[in-house]
Design a protein around this ligand. Structure first.
Ligand SMILES: *Cc1c(COP(=O)(O)O)cnc(C)c1O
Length: 414
């Protein structure tokens, strides 16, 4: 729970992905494939069919929908999945506004991040589920009571089974959750959740299995403490466990990265092949493209970019691209990266700048007319995955995509 008076906005209106600010016409843009997104959802629906009980499929839309743009992704996923997961209450409430505007039936919406007592009241009024993850939540009890709600706040109890992040440790259960009994008129416990620490990093899941044991033990303690009778929604599986650890699927899947078409890691790919006996195809939803600002020749011996770190060994046709680290292109990729132009790899020359990239297009084009570069995605027979850009920048694709500027233009294609 987030303490009161921490400067969190009391107001519930939000702007996403550029909001009122018009994206510049001369800038890079993101193309989002609706068909790829539908395909990835189908991959997870097909997993469900292999287990008997009907399982809810949840989409994780935190981080501006993993950088893809919540404003564009929400209308695409809303009809396809059963649950929408967010970090902030603001994003969750924006879904309710979206549903009213479009006259859509409300989906289950769940806030997995920190929530202030004021925000808890707003969520209860809007029928959004919250995650109770620490004893500071006791403070919200009187607050919710004073609000004279028509319905209690639906809450899911977070059990820390070994990630060492939010949630009650087994040690704390049931000692620190007594307030849920005390305020049972305003807290309706409908679910329990946890999060894995390293399902993505290894192919043997001993640690994950220990987490599952802790999850079941913690759940049993809560059920007993709260004398819960109704069915509980248990959810612990993110993308990796959903794919490669069937025992972790329980009642709901919380799928983030793979919904956007990425494997969480090479290890997950290996484990999934073993577990499913084959490898489903995931299709990246996002492509990142940029129109050149100028294309021109530089004579042999010319320097390129800040620090004069690159010198042309021969006459070089360069394209100046109006995209840089401000937009989320990592500066650490300097000296290593390439982009695609006309289906060819073109090296990025010199340093990545705040608003510019310079690429060598000597062999990719025959003249100096404007061109379109692909920074992520397919072009002709070539593909440039986010994992590759992440590797150049010594990070992971999760970070690369979530750092894509919210100011960038996002275009949905089929
Ligand atoms: C981010 C997150 C997920 C989704 O993880 P992916 O690896 O992107 O599928 C699920 N649950 C929690 C608690 C998370 O923070």
């Amino acid at each position: 729970m987030r303490a009161r008076g921490d400067g969190s906005p009391g107001e519930m209106t939000v702007e996403h992905g550029g909001g009122s600010r018009e994206p510049a016409a001369q800038s890079s843009w993101l193309e989002l494939s609706a068909a790829s997104l539908r395909h990835n959802v189908e991959v997870f629906r097909a997993l469900e069919a292999t287990g008997a009980p009907a399982r809810a499929l949840g989409a994780v839309l935190k981080g501006n929908a993993y950088g893809h743009g919540l404003e564009q992704v929400l209308p695409l996923v809303h009809p396809l999945v059963d649950i929408l997961y967010f970090i902030t209450p603001q994003d969750a409430l924006a879904v309710r506004a979206f549903e009213r505007e479009r006259k859509l039936a409300p989906r289950q919406v769940l806030v997995i991040g920190a929530i202030s007592p004021e925000e808890a009241v707003a969520l209860a009024r809007e029928g959004v589920d919250a995650v109770v993850a620490d004893s500071a939540w006791a403070e919200a009890g009187p607050r919710l009571r004073a609000a004279r709600l028509q319905h209690p706040l639906r809450v899911h109890v977070h059990i820390d089974t070994g990630l060492g992040r939010e949630g009650f440790t087994l040690e704390q259960l049931p000692r620190d959750t007594g307030f849920l009994t005390e305020y049972r008129d305003v807290f309706e416990v409908t679910g329990v959740l946890s999060h894995f620490a390293n399902t993505e990093d290894v192919t043997e899941q001993a640690y994950a299995l220990a987490q599952l044991e802790a999850f079941e033990a913690g759940t049993a303690r809560l059920v007993e403490q709260l004398s819960l009778k109704g069915p509980l929604q248990r959810h612990i599986a993110a993308s990796a466990a959903s794919l490669s650890l069937p025992r972790a699927r329980y009642e709901a899947l919380r799928v983030g990265i793979s919904l956007y078409g990425f494997w969480p890691s090479p290890e997950t790919r290996l484990s999934t092949r073993l577990v499913l006996g084959g490898l489903p195809t995931l299709k990246p939803v996002l492509s990142w493209r940029c129109r050149s600002q100028v294309v021109k020749w530089l004579p042999e011996g010319s320097y390129v970019g800040y620090g004069c770190t690159y010198r042309c060994p021969e006459p070089t046709r360069i394209a100046v691209l109006p995209v840089g680290y401000f937009d989320g292109y990592p500066r650490l990729a300097s000296g290593k990266a390439h982009v695609l132009v006309n289906g060819r790899r073109c090296p990025v020359l010199g340093r990545v700048m705040m608003n510019h990239l310079i690429v060598d297009v000597t062999r990719a084009t025959a003249d100096e007319r404007p061109l379109t570069a692909t920074l992520l995605g397919h072009d002709g027979g070539e593909t440039l995955p986010a994992e590759t850009l992440a590797g150049w920048a010594q990070t992971i694709h999760y970070e690369v995509v979530t750092r894509l500027g919210s100011h960038l233009r996002r275009v949905v294609v089929d």
